[in-house]
Design a protein around this ligand. Structure first.
Ligand code: FES
Length: 135
């Protein structure tokens, strides 16, 4: 396919794929936080991939966020993007983040199975918040 007749949507998707691979290879906010108020591990039962979220709060806002774990490019990249996105947000704002919002961050159509990968980090964050609020 030459540059001239390349479908613009394909070009767009290619850019998103590159961004996903970049987050996968160089994840943002990877690590652990000592004394994190919220720590939660979620796994995808379909594949066994796992993500642990650490949240440090200040006045019910995210002061610091880190994640660890292993999984496919989609789960790791989506979590990396999500950690950038929720930095500084309140717990209420985070609770309003929907699955579609995470898929939109990725920018590509992931389909139902890969959506489970995409939201693994979000599920970990939301379950962690739930556990924290029920303490
Ligand atoms: Fe395991 Fe994607 S294949 S989270």
């Amino acid at each position: 396919m030459t540059q001239e007749n390349m479908d613009p949507s394909f070009v767009g998707e290619g850019m998103y794929r590159e961004n996903i691979l970049d987050h996968y290879k160089n994840p943002h906010n990877k690590g652990e936080i000592e004394n994190a108020e919220i720590k939660f591990t979620e796994n995808n039962p379909l594949c066994g991939d796992v993500i642990t979220i650490n949240l440090k709060l200040n006045d019910h806002k995210v002061d610091d966020i880190k994640f660890s774990g292993q999984g496919c490019a989609i789960s790791q990249a989506a979590t990396s993007m999500l950690t950038d996105e929720i930095s500084g947000k309140t717990l209420e704002e985070i609770k309003n983040i929907k699955r579609e919002d995470v898929v939109n961050l990725l920018g590509i159509d992931v389909g139902p199975v890969r959506t489970k990968c995409a939201v693994l980090g979000l599920v970990a964050i939301k379950e962690g918040i739930k556990e924290f609020e029920n303490k």
